[in-house]
Write a protein that binds this ligand. Structure first.
Ligand SMILES: Nc1ncnc2c1ncn2[C@@H]1O[C@H](COP(=O)(O)OP(=O)(O)OP(=O)(O)O)[C@@H](O)[C@H]1O
Length: 782
């Protein structure tokens, strides 16, 4: 046995010992868990038997309430501790399969001998020996593994910097408690392991990368300095991965004070949400809150409008024909995303502060109770030093009190009597009991009848007024639609000198388009954020102060307006924004979106990290795709071999479809797991599906799809954002699809979804973005 084999054997023995210990602990825990579960079931079953229920008088009722509370607390405490034990059991199950993935031998300066530190997804402590057999990858000492090569090294411990020498860095792949591979590494975390991990097939669910986090990614994960962390990096450089491991790190580091529901991740769409949803549970952590900006907007706008969704907007942009109306739409999207438009709205709000606020009359049963003018007069009667939202609250209180007064006079209206006649028996009985309780029944039956009538009319009127009061409290008397509309009616800004603002040349056309759609009860997606902004500025921002960390992935797709909005929404939160300007595919994305954030937070509160190495795709694919960009040097491929991208050009539709089907079949025969035919638009996807569905087994992804499975699928470009596939087939890489400068980034985004194989099918003349790429970076086939 050579030295390495001996070493391997020794390491395997250690794995066996650790796994034995883990299993022992698991057995103890399982027995304990069983007992706890029984307790919980028992308490649930006997909940009402163990509380004394007595409502005879106020004192007894209070005792009963206290008894129920005590029982509920006991139950929730037991459930909490059951959940903790269950979480611990899950992490032990993982450790029993693969207890660790790395080892470092680190000799602190003060010590004579090096300590062996083994790193895994969770820590494992041996009580008897009083030592950690496995350290959590997020422990302070574990950062040595990610940040340093052999030689002098240091890490930041709670008590200060610890310096020493790293004498060994080793990596393992352990499955079923057996070492499958083992490498000693030097400078970075071993290329061999990374090669092995990256060459695996893609998965419909993203995987954690803890065993192979690279040094520059670790800077993102463990960054706790700034309020704003900006991560800019090429396609596939691990931005999303780093973000998710960062969430896991923060949950570990601040475990006493931070919980998963204080972290929000904004992601591009629901498919992406489902794609990343497994990473944290895999690491033994609960998922953070996940949302899309669109979901947020929907939630807050309710159904007050027929709201266009962003994918419909995208489809309208991509299928546009370049006609003047299309150009106006593009201008509208761009302008409404800008800070110039935000300034315009701010100017409008200042104006509303003084005059022109629009209200809706308070109407009851078709009758105007309080006119819009009366409300307006009341609003402006409050001192202007009081903010608009505060004045709105005062108006709302005033309205409710006015309505209460009117409620009394309303009781005599004829409709009330009619309603009373129609009341059902149950209500009568209830009212009768109410009267008895109040001891209002006397022997005098005439008097009783009168009282009954009074009570019934009060009941009927109060019931009818209830929704009205509720609406008033929800500030629905503010005529938001009309006020937003007023920004666009008239030939210019009807309320202000328009030269005070920066308006686009096509402002008049944009105004006409907007007034028309609003008039039809539709809200274009580009109007959603500004509309919501105006609403919040008038009603008061519904800020969320509980959230401590906001992550925005694919941040290049957010407009400055949206960023500003999110900032206001989460005033106490730190922000991590991750994006790649080369993948900005929306018309509203501007090159300087991050700059706006940077300006807002300032240099002292911002950290900016740039990632250059791309891990997703093979070297030949990266060498091809980066050529499409102007700043090609900013992307370094990870050295993983593969075939060059293949270009196939066709003149006939039938040949094009047949060749696509042949390629898909070939991939399927080779057991390639995830195959995506990517089209520019949903419309093109439908065409692709029609031409392929009878030839191969393939699924069509639509905008409301929320996840994807293994196999072959057809997907529009904008839904494929952020995700990856073993093989990508670009449905039509012709110049008719991708030629404008604005389509360059879209084409780049599409091609960079490929991990191992990339095929470009062109129906007709090939896209200029391919012809300008050096011929030796791809293969022409026909
Ligand atoms: N350190 C790493 N170890 C192993 N795999 C990694 C590492 N970093 C990135 N990867 C892999 O590279 C692929 C791309 O990562 P990820 O999706 O996080 O990149 P991204 O920068 O968000 O890409 P995009 O901008 O294209 O959406 C994933 O399969 C991920 O698992």
């Amino acid at each position: 046995m050579n030295q390495w084999e001996t070493e391997w054997k020794r390491e395997q023995e250690r794995v066996n010992t650790v796994v034995d210990q883990v299993k022992k602990k698991m057995n103890v825990l399982e027995a304990h868990l069983g007992g706890k579960k029984e307790d919980v079931v028992e308490i649930r079953k006997n909940f009402w038997e163990d509380v004394t229920v007595n409502f005879d008088d106020a004192h007894e009722a209070a005792e009963t309430a206290a008894s129920i509370k005590q029982q509920a607390e006991l139950l929730s405490e037991l459930e909490r501790s059951h959940k903790n034990a269950e979480d611990q059991r899950k992490s032990l199950v993982k450790l029993s399969d693969s207890p660790y993935f790395g080892r470092i031998d680190f000799k602190e300066n003060k010590d004579a001998k090096a300590d062996r530190i083994y790193l895994g997804v969770a820590s494992f402590y041996d009580e008897k020996a009083d030592e950690f057999l496995v350290y959590d990858w997020r422990a302070p000492i574990s950062s040595l593994y990610y940040d340093h090569s052999l030689g002098r090294a240091e890490y930041e411990a709670p008590e200060g910097i610890v310096s020493g020498e790293m004498q060994l860095k080793r990596q393992y792949i352990i499955r079923n408690a057996e070492i499958k591979s083992m490498f000693d590494t030097g400078v970075t975390i071993g290329d061999e392991l990374l090669q092995e991990v990256l060459s695996r097939q893609a998965n419909p669910q993203m995987k954690s990368i803890v065993a192979t986090i690279q040094k520059e990614q670790n800077q993102i994960i463990r960054n706790t300095k700034g309020t704003l962390l900006i991560v800019q990096g090429a396609a596939g450089c691990g931005k999303t991965s780093a973000a998710l491991q960062r969430v896991a790190y923060l949950l570990y580091r601040y475990r006493e004070t931070l919980t998963a529901n204080q972290i929000v991740l904004f992601s591009p769409n629901n498919v992406f949400n489902s794609y990343v949803s497994n990473v944290l549970p895999e690491l033994g952590e609960e998922n953070m809150l996940q949302t899309t900006f669109q979901q947020y907007v929907y939630h807050h706008l309710g159904d007050s409008y027929d709201l266009e969704d962003p994918l419909e907007q995208m489809e309208a942009v991509l299928t546009g024909d370049g006609q003047p109306s299309h150009k106006v739409r593009l201008d509208s999207i761009r302008f409404k995303a800008s800070l110039d438009f935000m300034n315009l709205i701010e100017g409008y709000i200042s104006h509303l502060h003084k005059e022109d606020m629009l209200f809706k009359s308070v109407v009851f049963r078709g009758r105007v109770l309080i006119t819009a003018d009366q409300i307006k007069e009341k609003f402006y009667s409050y001192p202007s030093a009081v903010s608009i939202p505060d004045r709105m609250k005062l108006v709302s209180e005033w309205l409710v009190s006015e309505v209460r007064k009117l409620e009394k006079t309303e009781r005599k209206e004829p409709w009330v009597e009619e309603k009373i006649q129609l009341l059902d028996k149950e209500v009568y009985v209830r009212l009768y009991q109410k009267l008895r309780k109040k001891k209002q029944y006397t022997e005098d039956s005439f008097n009783d009848f009168e009282r009954e009538q009074r009570l019934l009319s009060a009941y009927v009127v109060s019931k009818a007024f209830k929704p009205l009061k509720k609406r008033i409290k929800a500030l629905t008397f503010i005529n938001l639609k009309a006020m937003y509309m007023r920004l666009f009616t008239g030939e210019g800004l009807s309320w202000e000198r328009e030269d005070s603002y920066l308006l686009p040349d096509s402002w008049k056309e944009i105004s006409r388009l907007t007034a028309r759609t609003l008039g039809n009860g539709e809200l274009l997606y580009e109007d959603a954020t500004p509309y919501l902004y105006l609403k919040e500025r008038l009603e008061g921002f519904q800020t969320n102060t509980a959230v401590r960390h906001v992550f925005i992935d694919e941040a290049q797709d957010y407009s400055p307006f949206q960023f500003a909005f999110i900032q206001r929404l989460f005033p106490r939160s730190k922000m991590t924004v991750l994006g790649d300007l080369n993948q900005s595919i929306y018309v509203h994305s501007t090159g300087d979106a991050f700059q706006m954030l940077y300006d807002h937070y300032g240099k002292d509160h911002t950290e900016r990290i740039v990632l250059m190495r791309s891990y997703r795709s093979t070297r030949p694919i990266v060498e091809f795709t980066r050529e499409m960009l102007h700043e090609k040097d900013s992307i370094i491929p990870f050295n993983r071999d593969g075939e060059k991208p293949v270009l196939k050009q066709f003149e006939k539709k039938g040949d094009h479809a047949r060749a696509l089907a042949d390629t898909i079949r070939n991939l399927q025969d080779r057991q390639v797991k995830t195959i995506a035919v990517i089209c520019k638009t949903a419309k093109e996807c439908e065409e692709a599906y029609e031409s392929l569905k009878d030839q191969v087994d393939i699924e069509l992804m639509k905008k409301d799809s929320s996840s994807f499975k293994q196999g072959a699928l057809i997907i529009p470009s904008y839904l494929a954002k952020g995700i990856e596939f073993d093989a990508v087939l670009v449905f039509d890489a012709s110049n008719s699809q991708y030629s404008k400068e604005s389509e360059r980034r879209l084409f780049y985004t599409v091609c960079t979804r490929a991990m191992h194989e990339l095929y470009l099918f062109s129906y007709g003349e090939v896209s200029a973005f391919i012809t300008e790429v050096p011929e030796d970076t791809f293969i022409r086939e026909n």
